[in-house]
Design a protein. Structure first.
Length: 139
């Protein structure tokens, strides 16, 4: 396994010590995370009671040479608009932030590592990259 774009829930599970997630991530040479996921994480940190600790852990993670932070740009916005219209036509909406994450994955040609099965609704994503979905009854 070379590269993967992690969904926000994967980061959260890794930080909580989920063995399945951490084992998988140890095998990856380049772990991508989106600026969208960073926003979701920071929002959760602010709502919790360990914001400072969580921010420090995130900064250590982002400083790793194996981690790449991907941002939204005009090309990603084009992918977003295509995905959004595809999902509307299919009648299979998913959360907006996940559409942005999928758009980054498509633009970068990266597989998504996630617990969210709704990424399966993005046909272009499934054709161009492999979506890794873990089945975990504890979620």
């Amino acid at each position: 396994m070379n590269k993967v774009l992690i969904d926000t829930n994967i980061y959260s599970h890794a930080m909580r010590g989920n063995n399945e997630v951490t084992s998988y991530l140890r095998q990856v040479t380049d772990i991508g995370i989106s600026s969208i996921s960073i926003g979701e994480l920071l929002s959760g940190f602010q709502a919790g009671n360990k914001e400072s600790i969580n921010r420090q852990e995130l900064n250590v993670f982002l400083d790793s040479p194996r981690v790449t932070l991907y941002y939204v740009d005009e090309v990603v916005a084009e992918f977003y608009s295509s995905i959004l219209n595809q999902l509307k036509k299919q009648g299979t909406p998913i959360p907006t932030n996940d559409i942005w994450i999928a758009a980054i994955a498509l633009q970068q040609g990266l597989p998504i590592y996630t617990f969210d099965q709704h990424f399966e609704n993005i046909a272009g994503l499934l054709r161009s990259v492999h979506v890794v979905i873990l089945q975990d009854a504890a979620i």
